[in-house]
Design a protein around this ligand. Sequence first.
Ligand SMILES: [Zn+2]
Length: 144
Amino acid sequence: MGEGATKVGLAFAVVCRLDPGEDLVEGIKKAAGKHKVKSGSFNAIGVLRPARVGYLDKSTMTYKAIEFNEHVELLSCIGLITQKDGGIDVHAHLVVADKDGNAHGGHALDGCRVDVTCELVIYAFDQAVNKKRVPGTDRYLLDV
Ligand SMILES: [Zn+2]
């Protein structure tokens, strides 16, 4: 088991508003592209409807989707923006709360849509951080 790390500096931060109907992960990716963020980290809060989070089934290395069709509070969305195969990759995890305040969470899957608003802050690094494919698999790991 290896361990890698690379030291980066913070170049700038961008404060963004995502609007109703926008896909959360796609919206983060678009904001990163628009503001020339090569890599960075982010956090976001707001409201989603629907929300789709994934739980990794390690036997198949695929995500079991957990779906919320009522609106949920986006309590916390955090993740990493990296470069993968020449483009921007967004890896996001989120915690949402239902109408009773119960928290649910997981890997952010496509299909999470902003409802009401989403407040996103991206912290851009001063250099690109890459992901590279694990040979013989469809998995990508940080190249650090
Ligand atoms: Zn994940």
